[in-house]
Design a protein around this ligand. Structure first.
Ligand SMILES: O=C[C@H](O)[C@H](O)[C@H](O)COP(=O)(O)O
Length: 218
């Protein structure tokens, strides 16, 4: 099965987690795009969506799915999103598409986080994928120096401005042994908006598409 077929399979599997008449949190990325397309076929069964990026909002709206502002919603039954890496502990690196901050906010509100990946994203230890860090532009050089002190090799993602008007540093050469601790440490650097480790609030369910079907990890 090719990678797109796996993304589509895992996106369809996530539909089973949708509760009728609730608002759904929707992530960002190529895997989630398959999920959004699948949502369109059942759009009359749920109340609408809260989106984590302009790209997902545009795709949801184009398919006739109502998108609410997070501030106007009391609760989200579920958050569905992809990941760049995920471990057996359901810790993740996210933000390859620069949407990490709004993803982390929407995810925080949701009762259940369902992470959808193909099996190429499953790793024993986080860190081979460069860790995205969203940074207030004026703090870029300072934050980069602090990330070097933590053992990383930050690279400015040239030409990318996030939906929040900030920049991204991608931190190479980290082996993330304690993701919860590193997530908190990096978020404590002045000028960091957030980083792409999702471990303090990891996934509740990981659905991973393989050649033999979709595996579920709870
Ligand atoms: O900022 C982007 C998100 O964190 C994505 O969920 C992540 O990059 C995975 O995207 P894709 O499904 O395209 O591999």
């Amino acid at each position: 099965m090719d990678q797109n077929a796996k993304k589509q399979a895992v996106a369809l599997a996530a539909l089973e987690y949708i509760k009728p008449d609730t608002v759904i949190g929707v992530g960002t990325g190529s895997t989630v795009n398959f999920f959004i397309d699948a949502l369109a076929s059942i759009k009359h069964t749920f109340a609408g969506a809260v989106s984590s990026s302009k790209a997902s909002t545009d795709r949801l709206s184009a398919l006739g799915i109502e998108v609410f502002e997070l501030n106007d919603v009391d609760s989200l039954s579920i958050y569905v999103d992809g990941a760049d890496e995920v471990t057996e502990h359901k810790h993740m690196i996210k933000g390859g598409g620069a949407a990490l901050t709004q993803e982390k906010i929407v995810c925080a509100v949701a009762k259940t986080f369902v992470c959808i990946v193909d099996d190429s994203k499953q790793v024993p230890v986080l860190g081979k994928f460069p860790l995205p860090v969203e940074v207030i532009p004026m703090a870029r050089s300072y934050v980069a120096r602090e990330l070097v002190k933590l053992g990383g090799d930050p690279v400015y993602r040239q030409g990318v401005i996030t939906d929040n008007g900030n920049v991204i540093l991608d931190v190479h050469n980290l082996t993330i042994i304690n993701p919860r601790e590193l997530e908190a440490t990096i978020n404590n650097i002045a000028g960091v908006v957030t980083n792409g480790i999702f471990a303090l609030r990891g996934a509740d369910v990981v659905l991973a598409a393989t050649d033999n079907g979709v595996a579920t990890f709870k």
